[in-house]
Write a protein that binds this ligand. Structure first.
Ligand code: CMC
Length: 510
């Protein structure tokens, strides 16, 4: 389906695939369980290959635990390929269980009815890194990774990047609908009125050494906000919650700008409420002695687009952290500091910084083949490539690539662009990347723009964090108001020592 929107441009509106979308229930799924003649093997002693989903311990060295928990046999779904050592997976006492399928999922707790004995707590699922587990229902963001589709509240990212502003998109993400004029004016007013931070925050930030990584400064300072706004603890008071949301969205650019100025030894610049959200951010970053800072409109718009593109991305690592920390009912400042810490890592929001370091290290297009060879041999990764969800070109990367050229018209071309373009070309033709469906992600080109705009590399993840703040708080609020949610607490498969008696120091010395 294609829609013509107000400016006359034609952008595709995707249709949803069937799975993992709220829909009417499918017929229940029947699992037939059967006892195997021969037990599966041990994750503890690793004597033979093992499928830990079925039977965590063997019945030899790990006998005590194994028998207490699992009895003599192991259970598995017939038809599933046998592990290497399961010579005879035949079913001898099959039972049937009905498990409803709702919205393309089964409830993991429905599997608990599958028990080996009366004292068994029931079957659990094993899903390290949440590769195939939906942990919540969400109305905020939709991604179709195979088709390269990203929607905020149903609106395609391409249309928002072209037509919206960051603050308008933030309102949409948070409240579910685009604002009317009055709502947008009120929202903008609220954010603008909360941009200042307490003077003690400034003093707190001055305590960091000159070479402190701005992201470390950012994470710590956001956490410190919880000590200034004690009403942040009133998370079930609608007004108090909204106040913290205003504060967070408004103050993260100020904290980020202070962290930047601190790192380059310049005095902090107070917010200018006459400027736009992004214009004011540029002011706090780059104002020198002039009485009034005037942001370059092209750069202001490019940064606004980058913020739109990074505003939310459903259940990524940092958002899951926000939800998980928030599920303990801690205040949003503490939860957001945790989310920002998760973002800091080079596999997540730190990737844009890592991309630039990688491009610098490659140094020249001549060195690209050798670099690719190293990556394919397992020595490092091609940063800015690959994604857990996108198995095609990240739609955000396409928009950023276009925006990069617009920025370079103002700033001059980033000399690393040629290396990036050639790296992309070679990788996209290489069998290693093609077969693994590794394409450029949002971080591949964003760093080039940031650098051209005058940001040092270690500021890149901080810029990501500013934009993602609205996504974090929207997902946090959705989690808090979801009656199905409880404190987040995954299960584990224990692979540690058998029960044993404490050994006193004298005995240990022997
Ligand atoms: N370079 C080289 N090989 C890669 C890369 C890469 N960037 N990404 C994945 N692979 C390989 C990986 O080695 C594995 O190969 P094999 O099957 O032979 O073991 C295969 O592709 C699957 O990788 P994976 O690690 O199982 O995939 P994942 O879904 O766990 O990881 C990722 C996703 C984003 C962490 C990973 O692709 C990566 O490390 N990319 C580089 C870091 C990066 O750019 N991160 C930014 C992500 S987008 C911004 C954000 O949302 O945070």
């Amino acid at each position: 389906m294609t829609k013509l929107h107000s400016h006359g441009s034609s952008l595709p509106i995707p249709s949803f695939p069937h799975s993992l979308i709220a829909a009417s229930p499918a017929p229940p799924f029947t699992i037939t369980m059967g006892r195997m003649d021969r037990p599966a093997l041990c994750v503890q002693c690793r004597a033979r290959p093992v499928d830990p989903a079925w039977r965590p311990f063997c019945s030899r060295r790990c006998q005590v635990f194994d028998q207490a928990r699992w009895g003599e046999g192991a259970y598995r779904v017939p038809g599933r390929p046998a592990a290497a050592d399961d010579t005879d997976p035949s079913v001898t006492d099959g039972k049937q269980y009905q498990v409803p399928i709702i919205d393309g999922t089964i409830r993991a707790t429905d599997l608990k009815q599958i028990k080996v004995g009366d004292e068994d707590v029931g079957l659990a699922t094993y899903d390290p890194a949440f590769m195939n587990t939906a942990a919540c229902r969400s109305r905020i963001t939709y991604i179709d990774g195979d088709k390269g589709v990203l929607l905020y509240r149903g609106y395609p990212i391409e249309q928002l990047a072209e037509e919206s502003t960051y603050l308008e998109t933030a309102y949409l993400i948070l409240f579910g609908e685009l604002p009317d004029e009055r709502q947008l004016a009120e929202w903008t007013h609220q954010i603008t009125m909360h941009t200042m931070v307490h003077e003690n925050i400034k003093k707190f930030m001055e305590g960091f050494t000159y070479d402190a990584h701005p992201m470390g400064v950012f994470v710590s300072t956001v956490a410190a906000l919880s000590t200034f706004y004690t009403d942040g603890k009133q998370i079930f008071d609608d007004q108090a919650r909204l106040r913290q949301i205003h504060r967070l969205i408004a103050k993260v650019p100020t904290i980020a700008a202070y962290a930047f100025r601190h790192s380059i030894g310049r005095p902090y610049v107070y917010p200018d409420n006459e400027l736009s959200f992004t214009g004011n951010f540029l002011n706090m970053l780059f104002k020198m002695t002039e009485l009034k800072y005037q942001p370059n409109p092209a750069l202001e718009r490019a940064l606004d687009i980058l913020f739109i593109l990074h505003a939310d991305h459903e259940q990524n690592c940092s958002t899951s952290a926000m939800r998980s920390i928030g599920s303990s009912h801690v205040d949003p400042f503490s939860a957001l500091a945790g989310a920002a810490a998760a973002l800091y890592g080079p596999l997540h929001g730190g990737a844009n910084e890592a991309v630039l370091r990688m491009l610098k290290e490659i140094e020249s297009t001549d060195n690209i083949p050798a670099f690719i060879k190293r990556v394919k041999a397992g020595d490092g990764r091609l940063m800015g490539f690959g994604h857990r969800v996108y198995k095609s070109y990240d739609p955000r990367a396409k928009i950023i690539k276009k925006a990069a050229y617009e920025v370079f018209e103002v700033t001059g071309k980033n000399p690393l662009l040629d290396i990036a373009l050639e790296l992309e070309r070679i990788a996209l033709e290489d069998e290693y990347f093609v077969t693994r469906k590794l394409y450029p992600n949002v971080d591949f080109y964003s760093g080039l723009i940031y650098q051209a705009m005058g940001f040092q590399m270690d500021m890149f993840p901080v810029l990501f964090a500013i934009a993602r703040t609205v996504g974090w708080v929207a997902q946090w609020e959705e989690m808090l108001l979801d009656s199905e949610q409880k404190i987040s607490r995954p299960r584990q498969i224990y692979t540690g020592a058998q029960p044993r008696d404490y050994v006193g120091m004298t005995e240990r010395r022997k």
